[in-house]
Design a protein around this ligand. Structure first.
Ligand code: HEM
Ligand SMILES: *[C@@H]1O[C@H](CO)[C@@H](O)[C@H](O)[C@H]1NC(C)=O
Ligand SMILES: *[C@@H]1O[C@H](CO)[C@@H](O)[C@H](O)[C@H]1NC(C)=O
Length: 502
């Protein structure tokens, strides 16, 4: 940490301490134990280690004592269910999101995005998904051919798996959200912009300093935001200048423009930024981790290949296939049981560390009253690694979900098989897409992209670990980010070879 940041932290902490002495908080907290400021710094450095330790030594309910604020961690299954199903007026997703993203999105942008009833139908509607299909396939062909060419020259260390997949997913998402031309022209810049947002907003100073504070971080965030808004604005201006030529484009931005519900470019920019931001990271990491396990485990790869080759679906995904053939092929891919199970297991094994809400009124959690205006966290990762819910939770088993009739976690349906999960309780605990009012709207989109790309990479190519496969063997999650599917510590080298036609 830079010296100036340390100094600011010290000054801010002292000021908060004095404030707290003058205005002592008159709130009641659960009687579970709290964790002090030094522990918070540990939390910031290694949240995974901290959470596991705190859970073991303090139990399922504890809070962080940050002098003015006291975020509560509620890690029991009951708390988990309450968290997802609560209404805005009790446990607020919006308020927490506004606080967490206050330096990137304005309040209006958060609400434009949240109140946008066009989100689910525009991203995951049936006909919309069909129209997104060809772009997903084309981008995968383009990148895979490029990787296969690059692999022939066998660069030092191979290709960087997570970087390759990040480029592919960025192109697919930007192509679907803003159009292929935009993805081609601005993909690299946008990936860097989003990356800098992500690094910047996870800096601890942001949680302590007010946004008017003259810190270089705020200036950089403001500049990044301005650049993003300008990119989207120029895209919208171009379309509004020539509505006839652009009306029939099938990207999500055009869908919004055609619906004509928003007045300001800022609203469009906020919506597109909101979905792109999260969609890219979660989808990239899920696909990359799936490939890590396929590179590592030759049995898993063999079984997947059997399923994929046996399905006969590859023939409908040729570059010259008709729209109907493509749609049929993609629909068939969605139903391959092992491919589905592997992705579920990736989302179980590599789930986000924490999700957050904000109490709008005193709220009973696990028999304790959590005061109003408190951040409440649950931990998908801890839940998904709980021995009470899964057999051998710390072992990755690609076929764990085979034969389990799991559809939507929040419909309350129980699992039809116990293999790999306990007592049919899968429906309570396993929520890779969240649940209740804020359940992921991108599930179908993400699954279509994940399954289609994985299918193509295995049906037409042979992904292999580079060299002695050390990168693959030593790949472990990097937990510096609190929210979302974790990244990888270290570099995973790989190569993509073309499969000889059989
Ligand atoms: C593997 C990929 C993905 C995973 C694991 C994932 C997971 C999740 C989870 C767990 C939530 C609930 C968060 C909470 O309750 O606090 C969520 C919400 C959300 N997701 Fe996803 N997601 C993925 C991909 C996507 C994609 C591709 C999009 C957009 C195209 C998307 C858009 C959203 C949005 C907009 C919300 C917030 C919904 C709301 O505000 O009510 N997600 N996602
Ligand atoms: C890969 O190499 C082949 C043969 O040299 C070439 O025709 C093709 O254009 C290359 N593809 C990409 C994406 O670089
Ligand atoms: C990514 O996943 C995390 C939970 O793991 C969730 O909080 C976030 O909303 C997701 N982002 C999107 C856009 O789905």
């Amino acid at each position: 940490m830079a010296m100036s940041t340390l100094l600011l932290l010290a000054v801010a902490t002292a000021a908060l301490y004095v404030l707290r002495r003058v205005f002592p908080p008159s709130r009641s907290y659960p009687r579970a134990r709290g964790v002090s400021l030094p522990a918070f710094l540990e939390f910031d450095r290694d949240p995974h280690k901290f959470l596991s330790y705190a859970y073991q030594s303090l139990g399922p309910l504890f809070w962080l004592d940050l002098i003015l604020i006291r975020p509560v961690f509620a890690l029991s299954l009951d708390a988990n269910n309450l968290f997802y199903t609560s209404a805005e007026k009790d446990l607020s997703f919006n308020q927490a999101t506004i606080d967490v993203t206050q330096h990137i999105l304005t309040r209006e942008q958060v609400f434009a995005a949240r109140l946008n009833h066009l989100l689910l139908p525009g991203i995951s509607g049936k006909s919309r998904l069909v129209s997104y299909g060809p772009g997903m396939i084309d981008w995968t062909w383009d990148f895979a051919e490029q990787w296969a060419n690059e692999s022939l020259s066998d660069p030092d260390g191979g290709l960087d798996l997570f970087q390759c997949i990040s480029q592919l997913v960025t192109s697919i998402c930007l192509g679907c959200f803003v159009g292929d031309a935009f993805a081609r022209e601005h993909g690299i810049e946008v990936a860097a912009l989003l990356r800098s947002f992500e690094v910047d907003i996870s800096r601890p100073v942001l949680r302590i300093l007010p946004s008017w504070f003259p810190h270089p971080l705020f200036r950089r965030i403001a500049a990044t935001r301005a650049r993003w808004n300008a990119l989207i604005k120029s895209e919208i201006d171009a379309r509004k200048a020539d509505p006839e030529a652009t009306r029939s484009r099938n990207d999500y931005l055009q869908y919004l423009v055609n619906e004509d519900k928003f007045q300001h470019e800022e609203e469009y920019a906020g919506i597109i930024l909101g979905i792109t931001f999260g969609a890219l990271v979660n989808t990239t990491m899920t696909l990359s981790w799936a490939l890590v396990h396929i590179l590592k485990d030759s049995d898993l790869r063999k079984e997947l290949l059997q399923e994929i080759d046996g399905s006969g679906l590859a023939t409908s995904l040729e570059p010259h296939s008709t729209a109907e053939e493509l749609a049929g092929g993609i629909a068939g891919i969605q139903r391959l049981p092992l491919l589905d199970s592997v992705l579920k297991e990736v989302m179980r094994y590599y789930s986000g560390l924490a999700l957050v809400r904000y109490t709008m009124r005193p709220t009973m959690v696990d028999g304790h009253v959590i005061p109003k205006d408190t951040y409440v966290f649950v931990s998908p990762w801890l839940t998904n690694h709980s021995p009470a819910l899964f057999d051998g939770p710390d072992t990755f088993r690609g076929d764990r979900f085979m034969g389990i009739n799991y559809d939507r976690a929040d419909t309350g349906k129980t699992a039809s098989s116990k293999d790999g999960c306990k007592d049919g309780r899968l429906s309570d605990g396993f929520r890779p897409w969240g649940g209740g009012p804020h359940r992921c709207i991108g599930e179908k989109f993400a699954l279509q992209a994940l399954k289609t790309t994985l299918f193509l990479l295995l049906a037409r190519y042979d992904p292999v670990a580079h060299g002695d496969a050390r990168g693959v063997r030593e790949a472990v999650p990097e937990w510096s980010k609190l929210v979302g599917t974790p990244e990888c510590k270290g570099r995973v080298g790989w190569q993509l070879k073309r499969r000889s036609p059989s």
